[in-house]
Ligand binder design. Structure first.
Ligand SMILES: [Fe+2]
Ligand SMILES: [Fe+2]
Length: 270
C-alpha cells in the first residue's frame, strides 16, 4: 500500500519526534499507521488512534509476538552477527555491544535528567530504565529493575521498576502528560491492568514516588535533535553508584547472572 509520508510524520508528532524515535518505535508506528489507514479505507473505525480491539486484532498479522526483545528480532532483513563480548563484561561493554536499540534513548533521557539537575540516583535510573527491552518488552520496568537490583541503590531499582506503571498516569503538577505514542501502541481506550493500577496507587503514596516519577518526566519528552550524549558523560555516576562485579556481569553467580548471559549470547539455542 502507498504511504502518505507527510500524513505519517504529522500523525507521529512531526519531523523532530520521528527523528528521535528508535528503529523499533518507528517500525511499530509505521505498522500502526498502515493498519489504521487500512481500517479507514475499508470503511472501518476512522478515529485518529486505534482502539484496543484493533490493536488486539493485529496479533495474528505478525510473525512475532509484540513483547519480544529487540535483540531477538529484525524488522528489516535477517538479524546480524553480534560482536563478541569480553570475558569479564562491564556495564559499558553491554551499552556498546548489546544495547543497540535502547542506548540512544536512555542516554538522551539521562542527559536531560542531568540538565534538569536531577539527583545522581535519578540520572542513573534514567540511564538504565528501558535497557531490558533488548531482552523482553513485556513488563520491561520490572525486568530492568531486576537486572540491576544487585548492583544499584534500592531507590534506583525502585524508580526503574515503577516508571512502567507511572507512565500511564498523568501528573501535570510536574509536567507529565499521557503520551500520544501510547494511544498508538495500546489503543485510545486502553485502561491499565489491575496490577499496574495497584502499583501506581502504592507508588503514589511512597516516599520515593518522585524518584520514579522523574524517570517518566525525563523519558518520552527527552528527545532532542542532534543531541548524542555518550556513556562517558555518566562514568562518574556509574562509578559511584553501580557495583561492577569483578568477575564480569553474567559471571558473578548473582541471582540475575543468567539474565546478563542471555543478553550477551542471544544466539545460543538452549
Ligand atoms: Fe520504559
Ligand atoms: Fe523510556
Amino acid at each position: 500500500m502507498e504511504i502518505d509520508k507527510h500524513a505519517l510524520i504529522a500523525d507521529l508528532g512531526g519531523e523532530a519526534k520521528v527523528a528521535s524515535m528508535n528503529s523499533e518505535a518507528k517500525a511499530d508506528a509505521l505498522e500502526e499507521f498502515m493498519m489504521q489507514h487500512l481500517n479507514e479505507t475499508g470503511g472501518g473505525a476512522a478515529g485518529k488512534y486505534p482502539t484496543m480491539a484493533e490493536v488486539d486484532a493485529q496479533i495474528e498479522t505478525r510473525r512475532h509476538r509484540r513483547g519480544v526483545g529487540n535483540l531477538f528480532l529484525s524488522h528489516s532483513g535477517n538479524v546480524k552477527r553480534l560482536a563478541p563480548m569480553p570475558a569479564k563484561p562491564t556495564l559499558a561493554d553491554f551499552f556498546k555491544l548489546r544495547f543497540k536499540v535502547t542506548s540512544n534513548h536512555v542516554l538522551q533521557s539521562a542527559n536531560l535528567a542531568m540538565k534538569n539537575g536531577m539527583s545522581e540516583e535519578i540520572i542513573l535510573a534514567c540511564l538504565l530504565h528501558d535497557t531490558a527491552q533488548e531482552l523482553i518488552k513485556v513488563d520491561h520496568g520490572w525486568w530492568s529493575a531486576q537486572l540491576y537490583e544487585p548492583y544499584v541503590p534500592e531507590k534506583v531499582a525502585f524508580a526503574i521498576r515503577y516508571h512502567q506503571a507511572l507512565r500511564f498516569y498523568e501528573d501535570k503538577a510536574v509536567g507529565y502528560e499521557y503520551p500520544d505514542l501510547y494511544r498508538v501502541l495500546f489503543g485510545e481506550d486502553y485502561k491499565p491492568e489491575p496490577y499496574i493500577e495497584a502499583a501506581y496507587q502504592m507508588v503514589r503514596n511512597h516516599k520515593w514516588y518522585m524518584d520514579a516519577r522523574m524517570v517518566t518526566v525525563n523519558d518520552l519528552y527527552s528527545f532532542e535533535h542532534d543531541v548524542n550524549p555518550q556513556l562517558e558523560q555518566f562514568a562518574d555516576i556509574i562509578g559511584r553508584h553501580f557495583k561492577q562485579p569483578k568477575e564480569g556481569l553474567g559471571f558473578d553467580n548473582s541471582p540475575v547472572a543468567h539474565i546478563w548471559r542471555s543478553i550477551a549470547s542471544p544466539d545460543r539455542p538452549l
